[in-house]
Design a protein around this ligand. Structure first.
Ligand SMILES: [Mg+2]
Length: 196
């Protein structure tokens, strides 16, 4: 009896929200190399020893999660497509990343990990600057893109973010028009929380 009433109440509650739009969750999308860990210029992070945490990201991740943002990785990893590393090695790096982040974030790493291993020449709709990975995550997690942010360090990150309709941040020296917000250095990351 109670289960039945609860079911009806949930349905009515759900319907009232349908009119306002299905997607109400929000996420902080994150590029990996140059945002979560130090980028290896001209190379790839192939094992856990080469994964060096960019520690200035941690306070922002903590604050964003407290505000209800899902933390979602969106990373191009064509080193696999090039044969520089295997998919298994990439997944080991991500397992290690999750361990490191969990130890910094009260026991839980990122909420979701998306990566594209295809070569740039394959023109995949999932590979940034295309928005495929972002659009998949928006659908899968019922995200409202207008509530989401994407932090990257390459112009292709901001291009993907804009194509997916999310707010964009670029770290580093970039033309002002290349993203909604430019921060010259990682030390500016935590201040972003005032925009969220
Ligand atoms: Mg990057």
């Amino acid at each position: 009896m109670w289960e039945c009433m609860l079911f009806v109440w949930k349905n009515e509650y759900g319907c009232s929200h349908v009119n306002e739009g299905m997607n109400t969750n929000k996420a902080l999308f994150l590029d990996r190399d140059g945002v979560i860990n130090h980028r290896i210029v001209g190379g790839y992070v192939r094992n856990q020893h080469e994964f060096i945490l960019q520690s200035e990201i941690i306070p922002l991740l903590r604050a964003a999660r407290q505000m209800g943002y899902l933390l979602i990785l969106v990373s191009n990893q064509q080193g696999v497509g090039k044969g520089v590393m295997t998919l298994e090695e990439l997944e080991h790096v991500h397992e290690y990343m999750q361990e490191v982040l969990a130890s910094e974030l009260d026991g839980k790493g990122l909420d979701d990990i998306n990566y594209c291993t295809e070569l740039a020449s394959a023109n995949s709709i999932r590979r940034k600057p295309a928005p495929g990975m972002l659009l998949e995550a928006i659908s899968e997690h019922s995200l409202d893109p207008t509530l989401c942010w994407f932090i990257g360090d390459s112009v292709s990150d901001a291009q993907a973010g804009r194509a997916a309709g999310v707010h964009t941040v670029l770290i580093g020296e970039h033309p002002a028009e290349s993203a909604d917000v430019i921060i010259p250095h990682h030390s500016g990351l935590l201040a972003l929380i005032d925009l969220f």
